[in-house]
Design a protein around this ligand. Sequence first.
Ligand code: FES
Length: 150
Amino acid sequence: MCKSDAGINDVFARFKGKREELIPILQAVQNVRGYLPADSMKQIARFVSMPESQVYGVATFFAQFYFSRRGKHQVKVCYGTACHVKGATRVLEAFERELGIACGCTSEDYEYSLERVACVGSCALAPVVVVDEEAYGQVDPGKVANIVKK
Ligand code: FES
């Protein structure tokens, strides 16, 4: 048994394997593995007795689930209306240049993942960027290098 199997078995031990538990199971497995790799999706499907295609159908519906390994640091550029109007596109492009990756991608060293997200609820501070758990308000492209350095 590999280490990741042990983590998944610990997750499964907390559930009964019912279909209605699928979302909390997906969340728990993602917490253990950092994302939902194909082998875990297969195990989850078996555990809840659902076809793998249905499990993917549910998981892909929610933006919170990831199917590829993500970076140690998550950079989320808010793309809600207020942030978009106040220049989120220029901010996102600045992050793409600074990190050397396109939106939706992870750096080769797995240090950073960059994505755009829906309104994070701090519209008065638009444009907003969230790095890991820390929010930065009124971000302009000139501030991006400093945010990455932090
Ligand atoms: S639109 Fe960006 S915080 Fe609301």
